[in-house]
Design a protein around this ligand. Sequence first.
Ligand code: FEO
Length: 184
Amino acid sequence: MAFVHKRSERTPLMQKTKVPAKVIAELNRQMNHELSAAHGYRGLALWCSDLNLKGFAAYFAKQAAEELAHAEKISKHLDDRGVMPELAAIAAPKQNFKSLFDAAQHALGMEQANTEGINAVYEAALAAKDYPSQVLMQWFINEQVEEEAWATEMVERVQSATCAGSLSDLDRHIERLLADEAKS
Ligand code: FEO
């Protein structure tokens, strides 16, 4: 089709917006990190589902969808700026946990690692004076404050639910919260 053209065929003016190489590398790395986090949350959701912890399973599945949306946000940023995002291989996620506390801590660890990744992109964007990536990363930096807050709260709540009965109550509580959220 006549209107289909490759990026390499763009005129110099069309190619004018350049993303610094270091920032491209960092954005690609972080995009793949977000995809890997989605895979990690999927592993957590399946483990919870296997234990009939439906509330936690639904919560982790929702987080998996959010991580995919984060990866998409970075992918779109690169694509909008004329750079084809590069997908990398994703390792199998952890799918076995000693306890729900162990699983909750794993989720917190994933969020902390994600924050470090976001900060690294931001530092590269600052060093390269790449303003669009800085603005994008500011959104992610704010998001990580929330994500780490809920993950920490989850670890604390699971830790204080000392018996099977209270864990089951907590699971039902999460299930109800998500159902209410879906209705609103
Ligand atoms: Fe993409 Fe949980 O942060």
